[in-house]
Design a protein around this ligand. Structure first.
Ligand code: ATP
Ligand code: MG
Length: 308
């Protein structure tokens, strides 16, 4: 279990993490979804004891990470966003190095190394220098290095960033397996689809704050249960909104000439919307419908689209 309360970190004027609180339950696969600079890595660094918070508290099971860091370190694994491997060492040597930091017995270390080489599919290449590895292989070894002491709780910082779809699926499958074994996982990503298919619950983060937390279904409530309408034409946001006054409309995003919104299922239908716009002298150039998605939730909460 990970419990974070009012965690804060600033760099000068910049509030990289701005008083966030959340809980990851035992055995949960919890996703942190946010664009570049949202504060994901800063949060994980504070949870793992690498970066001292300006304020707040982090509990790992019942251990306070900042009061008893050594005890926390034993049950916690971190797989960093930037691959942390020695290029000139082989995979096996890298795992021996990282495993050596955890005071495991030599037989335990040896069996963990072989286990993790096998689980990430690198046994055959274990004696090759990492400098000869592909990007996907380095990501897999990086994952093995963070898991080498078989932690009960693991922080995965964008474990699939910068690799091709096949290598990504491979890593996602390993993560699913780790989760099935009951390991508690906090996982950060820019990929909506990854968060959607992998996680039990998701926190959407932007500008150092958690905007919303929930299961995919709970998050979807932010945009309502009706279909979303994408509309293009010539209008200002103010004129558009004023033309539709009185209708029960959930605006997801609105800008000059484009609007995205949802209609409550038992509210006004699209023909009423079109009629009202026409009465207000607003011409429509293009209209399309889409199903509610995590992408529209993200757009509604942050005002931005999340792109890879
Ligand atoms: N050491 C540092 N000194 C100054 N500013 C920093 C430092 N580390 C992070 N920041 C800033 O803090 C903010 C949050 O950064 P962080 O790396 O936590 O974001 P992130 O969500 O992990 O982004 P990404 O998806 O790009 O990895 C950013 O604006 C970043 O520029
Ligand atoms: Mg990051």
């Amino acid at each position: 279990m990970i419990l974070v309360e009012e965690l804060k970190k600033s760099y000068g004027e910049l509030r990289a993490v701005d008083g966030i609180s959340f809980e990851v339950l035992e055995g949960e696969l919890f996703g942190f979804l946010g664009p570049n600079g949202a504060g994901k890595t800063t949060t994980l660094s504070m949870i793992s004891g690498l970066l001292k918070p300006d304020g707040g508290r982090v509990m790992i099971n019942d251990i306070d990470v900042w009061q008893t860091p050594k005890a926390a370190k034993r049950i916690l694994g971190l797989v960093p966003q930037d691959v942390a491997l020695y290029e000139e060492l082989t995979a096996r040597e890298n795992l021996r190095f990282w495993g050596g930091l955890y005071h495991l017995s030599s037989s335990e270390l040896k069996s963990n190394i072989e286990k993790w080489l096998d689980r990430v599919g690198l046994t055959d290449r274990a004696n090759d220098a990492v400098s000869k590895y592909s990007g996907g292989m380095k990501r897999r070894l990086n994952l093995a290095a963070g898991m080498i002491h078989n932690p009960q709780i693991v922080l995965l910082d964008e474990p699939t960033v910068g690799i091709d779809p096949q290598a990504r699926n491979n890593i996602l499958e390993i993560i699913r397996e780790i989760a099935r074994e009951g390991v508690t996982i906090l996982f950060t990503t820019h990929h909506l689809e990854e968060a959607e298919t992998l996680c039990n619950r998701i926190a959407i983060m932007d500008h150092g704050k958690i905007l919303q937390t929930g299961t995919v279904d709970e998050l979807a409530q932010v945009v309502g249960d009706g279909d979303l309408v994408n509309l293009h034409g010539s209008f200002s946001p103010a004129a558009f909104k004023s033309a539709l006054t009185g209708l029960s409309i959930n605006f997801i995003n609105i800008a000059d000439g484009s609007a995205k919104f949802s209609l409550a299922q038992n509210g006004a239908n699209i023909s009423v919307v079109i009629q009202k716009l026409s009465e207000a002298g607003i011409s429509i150039e293009d209209l399309s419908m889409e199903k509610p998605s995590l992408e529209s939730v993200f757009l509604k909460l942050t005002g931005r689209e999340l792109r890879d």
